[in-house]
Design a protein around this ligand. Structure first.
Ligand SMILES: [Zn+2]
Length: 98
């Protein structure tokens, strides 16, 4: 094995691609006041994102890598913003609209 350069591993940009794709399809949204990503809870948007991964993976990545990256991002994102949850625990006891 030749000595590796200090180049960033491709997986990092694949994660970024997965997040961008999930935002594009509306599967995840950003909490505007806090900036956290949260899952939007739209199964169709998830399916669209996974289909993009399968049919149109980013350059240099296989379809299975792209789908795995999307699934990994989804697994790491909750359906609530942690700061919103904390605020509702501190202040108003419950957000009855959700
Ligand atoms: Zn929030």
């Amino acid at each position: 094995m030749p000595a590796t350069t200090t180049r960033r591993p491709a997986i990092r940009s694949l994660d970024g691609w997965a997040i961008a794709t999930l935002r594009e399809t509306g599967a995840i949204v950003e909490c505007e006041p806090h900036g956290w990503m949260r899952e939007y809870g739209d199964p169709h948007a998830r399916i669209r994102a996974l289909r993009i991964g399968r049919d149109d993976p980013p350059p240099g990545s296989s379809a299975s890598d792209a789908v795995a990256a999307i699934e990994k991002v989804l697994a790491g994102i909750g359906d609530t913003c942690p700061d919103c949850t904390r605020e509702s625990l501190d202040g108003d006891t419950r957000d009855s609209n959700k």
